[in-house]
Ligand binder design. Structure first.
Ligand SMILES: Nc1ncnc2c1ncn2[C@@H]1O[C@H](COP(=O)(O)OP(=O)(O)OP(=O)(O)O)[C@@H](O)[C@H]1O
Length: 560
């Protein structure tokens, strides 16, 4: 893993040093071709105009000119391709790294983050780095290579022109930096507005039902429109600065070229200079400023990337709270028979534990119901079991049939949250999220186990019925049973369900409870619930009170 210290623009750039180095070498070769091309052109024109050559004498020179032109185009194309390839590989790697980090931060660590902002950073933010790596960095290097090459050539041809170009050239970056200093502040503001706009838009869409219920939908739309307008105004300010930068550049470039032309022209008229050198210097002078123009055009890429980097670094700096079932955590071995919490203290802030010195065991085929008043820590306990929260003290371990203790076993869990999420797709696609290779018979078996088969087959298009993200077209109980079927398709050794019957009518509740009781056989099954119908099925009831765990005596007896 790359250390956090390397997650800066410079650190990221170093990772594709070879790609960028190759791009600069190829670009440098293209610059040499350009200088040679101009020298050949000056020679041809001088010979034709002043040395009595006819066009037939220039064929060899013209052929060389064409060859240099083609070679230069090829080298420049290769340089651009190499820089783009390196940049795309790097942005994909950063996106993957950030996603993996966010998974390790987990839902607990991300609870305070706005989803819209995270989506903008992962999408637009990382995309904003691509032009920086692909254009800005190679152009910054070329800004040194080509002007030095041109200066060397001009020094060889004419001392005065060398002095003019050498004095005016450095003024351009100095003035651009002055203008750019102000631009960075505007770019930062623009990026912040884009983040806020993304978050506000997503919040408005997600909360549309609530907003409409309270008659506030129009206000929310007006607020988003206002933010979009502010973003537009800032974007226009950015454009103004960009035009100003280019005007500064053009002014100094034109002034310098004009000076070279005037000084050389006067000496040419006096017969103190030869035409070929004067013509070549005039051809070279605009090329001296060309890399500065290209650099200036991509300068906003650097400012954009710097602004985007702030959001990326902020996400990278979030502490990791979850245990990921990563490669090293992927466990093999005999099926689990129990999970134990031993002297576990857990919470969200140091010194304010939600659970204190908790001890309890969940065993296979003994359905456990976790219950307790709101806010007592049921979800916290489930997060501990899921590996989304690390204990402050104590251990959560699992034991398999051979008596082997496991520290990492989260990949064996099937979890159904209180409000299961479906994806926009068919019922089959939703089920196959748990097992992409599952055939129709497996889907039917899992659906039957979860008591979902009858309602699925009663739908006109059966398993091919489209459902929305929130289960549009299905009842709450049907969504719960579908979510249970999905999780059973993975045949998990541990099944954890969070309030699966909370919002169901008695009939729906009965069906879900019966399906869970069936699914609990041969598994460690833990259900957070309050309702008597679910508690009645329990072999063990774990009751939370004041951060402590109490096992209900009569159910414990029944379990025995
Ligand atoms: N991400 C979090 N950051 C800080 N505190 C939290 C976080 N999640 C929960 N808490 C706090 O931890 C305590 C226990 O919350 P928890 O969600 O575990 O309770 P619960 O028993 O599941 O409640 P409910 O039945 O209402 O879902 C509460 O005081 C809550 O405010």
């Amino acid at each position: 893993m790359v250390s956090p210290g390397n997650r800066t623009l410079m650190g990221f750039t170093r990772r594709i040093g070879l790609w960028l180095g190759a791009a600069v070498v190829l670009g440098g070769a293209a610059a040499v071709m350009l200088v040679l091309q101009l020298a050949v052109l000056a020679r041809i024109v001088s010979d034709l105009a002043f040395h009595g050559h006819v066009i037939a004498d220039a064929y060899a020179g013209l052929a060389m000119l064409l060859a240099l032109l083609a070679l230069r185009a090829l080298l420049q194309w290769a340089a651009d391709m190499v820089a783009n390839e390196g940049s795309l590989r790097l942005s994909a790697a950063i996106r993957g790294e950030l996603l993996r980090h966010l998974f390790r931060v987990g839902p607990v660590g991300l609870a305070g983050q706005a989803t819209g902002q995270m989506v903008t950073v992962l999408g637009d933010g990382i995309a904003a780095l691509e032009p920086y790596f692909a254009q800005y960095v190679p152009r910054a290097a070329m800004m040194v290579v080509l002007p030095l090459l041109v200066l060397g050539m001009v020094l060889h041809l004419d001392g005065w022109s060398f002095v003019i170009l050498a004095c005016t050239g450095p003024l351009v970056p100095v003035f651009m930096a002055l203008v750019g200093y102000r631009a960075q502040a505007i770019m930062d503001q623009q990026w912040m507005q884009l983040l806020l706009l993304g978050a506000a838009f997503l919040d408005t869409v997600q909360g549309l039902t609530t907003l409409r219920l309270f008659g506030r939908a129009r206000d929310a739309v007006t607020a988003v429109a206002g933010m979009a307008d502010e973003y537009r105004t800032t974007t226009m300010s950015v454009m103004k600065v960009a035009f100003l930068t280019s005007a500064v550049l053009e002014f100094f470039a034109s002034l310098s070229i004009a000076l070279v032309a005037v000084v050389f022209g006067a000496r040419l008229l006096d017969g103190k200079a030869d035409f070929q050198s004067a013509f070549l210097v005039l051809l070279l002078a605009p090329e001296y400023f060309m890399p500065l123009r290209a650099f200036s055009a991509s300068y906003h890429a650097r400012q954009n990337a710097t602004a985007a980097m702030a959001g990326i670094s902020q996400l990278f700096s979030l502490p990791e709270t979850a245990e990921l079932p990563g490669a090293q955590a992927r466990t093999a071995g005999a099926p689990l028979v129990s999970i134990s919490c031993a002297d576990v203290t857990a919470g969200y802030q140091a010194g304010a534990p939600v659970l204190s010195h908790v001890g309890c065991t969940f065993t296979r085929s003994a359905l456990t119901v976790v219950t307790g008043e709101s806010g007592v820590g049921k979800t916290t306990l489930i997060r501990l079991l899921l590996g989304l929260l690390r204990p402050m003290q104590g251990h959560v371990t699992a034991t398999d049939e051979c008596g082997v203790l496991h520290g990492h076993w989260q990949d064996r869990i099937g979890w159904v949250p209180q409000q299961p999420r479906l994806i926009h797709g068919t019922i089959a696609e939703n089920l196959r999220l748990a097992n992409p290779m599952a055939d129709l018979d497996s889907l039917r078996a899992a659906a039957a186990q979860a008591d979902a088969l009858s309602f699925i087959e009663a739908l006109p298009q059966g398993f091919d019925t489209m459902v929305g993200e929130r289960g549009a077209g299905l009842s709450g109980g049907q969504v719960q049973r579908l979510a249970l079927a999905r999780v059973l398709l993975r045949n998990p050794q541990v099944l954890i369900l969070d309030e699966p019957t909370a919002n169901l009518d008695p009939q729906g509740e009965q069906r879900v409870v019966a399906a869970i009781a069936r699914a609990a056989v041969g598994r460690i099954c833990i259900v957070v619930a309050h309702r008597p119908a679910m508690i009645a099925q329990a072999a063990q009831v774990v009751c939370l009170r004041d951060g402590q765990v109490f096992c209900s005596p009569h159910t414990a007896e029944r379990a025995a």
